[in-house]
Design a binder for this molecule. Structure first.
Ligand code: SF4
Ligand code: SF4
Length: 314
């Protein structure tokens, strides 16, 4: 496994980051026991970087794996919160500490920023993270985003250490510009010393059929220090680790077909439409519909926002 400095954070992370969205209730819905076994295998094989978020509901999975891993002190967990108030972020920080079973949360990000405007709106929450960094509770702070303008806005903020942008070979899911715009923004951010770890390298599953080419594409971009890959089985972990080690002798993960399912009891409240970072959903005749399926990256955020449990990735 190759390790890289994550910008100027002082953190050294594996080039393969374990994306924990996949094992949790928004996607594969493995139990904490099952999910921790998948993560533990990755840790045993040299992965020391784990990406999660409060909304993913995988703190229990991660805590169980860390409890069983002798080298847990070397593991860098990054989490994210949608909190935008001081009180909200204090609560998120406490949830992460309790959920992960550790005082220090290495990386804490503002989840899904869109522009300088949303960053301004989240400033009270960012201040809490900066205070936590000062106190040694958080080691690096930053943002995650699908949006090119947010990468550029975060680059201009000295307090931001880490950016997790959406980038992949076909540009699927990138907002506020195309693939080349995002690459240029990432290059600029890296030049400014930001730690960069890519999300959605496989377009949320759309590119699983081109798994090797998609990963190779990102591995060749020097400004990307790590790549978060969602893995939901030990076999997928072993295939991805082998690939990142330069081996090509294990099979690619099966290219499972994913789609969004909307139940008949959808009330048309619109919550999922607002929650979708990619504008994939719309309301039509009082129901949610997938208006732009090509933009959906199967993140599952719509499902998490639905009060009726009427929409999910299957
Ligand atoms: S429709 Fe749902 S799963 Fe697809 S990108 Fe939007 S929030 Fe994510
Ligand atoms: S959040 Fe749920 S109930 Fe509301 S429009 Fe979306 S699917 Fe329908």
């Amino acid at each position: 496994m190759r390790y890289r400095e994550l910008g100027r954070t002082g953190l050294r992370v594996s080039q393969l980051c374990f994306g924990a969205l996949t094992i949790g209730p928004l996607q594969r819905n493995l139990s904490p026991e099952e999910g921790s076994a998948v993560l533990l295998r990755a840790l045993e094989l040299g992965v020391n970087f784990v990406d999660t978020a409060e909304i993913y509901d995988t703190y229990d999975h991660i805590r169980l794996a860390l409890e069983r891993f002798p080298g847990r002190g070397q593991v860098v967990v990054a989490t994210k919160s949608y909190a935008y108030t001081r009180e909200g972020m204090l609560a998120s920080l406490e949830r992460a500490q309790r959920g992960l079973g550790q005082e220090v949360v290495p990386i804490f990000l503002l989840h899904e920023q869109e522009s300088s405007h949303t960053l301004r709106g989240h400033w009270p929450a960012l201040e809490v993270l900066l205070e936590a960094k000062e106190a040694g509770i958080v080691q690096a702070v930053g943002i995650s985003t699908h949006h090119v303008p947010a990468v550029l806005a975060a680059t201009a903020i000295p307090e931001i250490d880490v950016i997790s942008p959406l980038i992949n070979r076909t540009g699927i899911g990138i907002q506020g510009g195309g693939r080349e715009d995002m690459l240029a923004a990432i290059a600029k951010a890296a030049r400014e010393g930001k730690g960069i770890y890519a999300m959605k390298p496989l377009g949320g599953g759309h590119l699983l059929g081109e798994w090797a080419a998609s990963l190779d594409y990102l591995l060749q971009i020097d400004e990307i220090h790590s790549i978060a890959v969602g893995m939901k089985s030990v076999a997928e972990v072993e295939s991805n680790v082998a690939f990142f080690q330069g081996r090509r002798d294990l099979p690619a993960p099966a290219a499972a077909t994913r789609r969004l399912h909307i139940e008949y009891w959808c009330t048309g409240c619109g919550s999922c439409v607002s929650a979708c970072p990619n504008g994939s959903l719309a309301l039509h005749n009082g129901r949610a519909v997938v208006a732009m399926p090509e933009e959906c990256v199967y993140c599952g955020y719509c499902g998490a926002s639905c009060p009726e449990f009427a929409i999910k990735v299957i």
